[in-house]
Ligand binder design. Structure first.
Ligand code: ZN
Length: 252
């Protein structure tokens, strides 16, 4: 296959999958499409690695963009499936994965500028499908900041954070981090960081589903107007849209 044929194949397969992005579509067809997209994602990676080996920067970055674009549709499909399975929290993570992937596609190559409208669409879905969330942001101090591309101190190299270099995004690696504080914020860096439950007399109330998990033996509830919450304040997986279907859809 030529490069153009590979791209045409990717576009056709993405278009087919996009046709299933609705809660009204059959779950079975959506599951099949998730498998197809996972294979397509693998194909994008294999071709990207070949392009990287041949030092073809433009092709490498286009294929990086396809990894992101495929990952975004895959995450949205998994979100619809998980909502049908009554798994609101897991569905939320997939929606955010789809948003992260669309933002990455936009940064990967100019050819993915249409991802901007997809980001808008996914943000609309966030407000329509899910109740408002309380986001968390962790403040921490890092001893060193290194560049993921060249490994040097970030302040001393020419690479730019978030830019693609030969099919790979430049990221800042924080070394020797020390926690400082956790804050409630309106616009978090990562929407996976949020209050997940709060305590009421009967147990822990899930912030998304509102279901209450009764307290285990030894757990205490203070009935003195203190608000106690559980939350996620740090997500370590930078590329959630690369997570395999079996790890998202088959877990109990
Ligand atoms: Zn660098």
């Amino acid at each position: 296959m030529t490069f153009r044929e590979i791209i045409e194949h990717f576009n056709e397969q993405i278009k087919d999958a996009e046709n299933l992005l609705s809660p009204a579509r059959s779950k079975e067809l959506q599951l099949l499409s998730c498998n197809t997209l996972e294979q397509l994602l693998k194909a994008a990676t294999v071709n990207k690695l070949k392009a990287m080996k041949a030092c073809l920067e433009n092709e490498s970055n286009i294929l990086l963009g396809y990894e992101c674009a495929i990952g975004s549709v895959l995450c949205e499909l998994r979100m619809w499936i998980l909502l049908k399975l009554d798994k609101g929290n897991e569905a939320w993570d997939q929606l955010i994965g789809a948003q992260i992937a669309a933002m990455d596609a936009l940064r990967a190559h100019d050819g993915f500028c249409h991802a901007a409208s997809r980001i808008e669409h996914l943000e609309t879905l966030e407000t329509i499908l899910f109740p408002p969330q309380s986001f968390l942001s962790a403040g921490f101090i890092s001893k060193n900041l290194d560049c993921s591309i060249c490994g040097n101190a970030f302040a001393t190299c020419d690479h730019l954070r978030g830019k693609p270099y030969m099919g790979v995004f430049c990221e800042v690696i924080h070394r020797d981090i020390e926690g400082d504080h956790i804050a409630l914020v309106e616009t978090p860096a990562d929407k996976r960081c949020r209050v997940t439950s709060y305590k009421v007399k009967m147990g822990h109330t899930d912030k998304i589903t509102l279901s209450v998990t009764p307290y285990k033996d030894g757990e205490k509830y203070n009935d003195d107007n203190t608000l106690e919450i559980e939350g996620i304040f740090f997500a370590t997986d930078r590329y959630p849209y690369l997570t395999l279907n079996k790890n998202v859809l088959l877990e109990p």
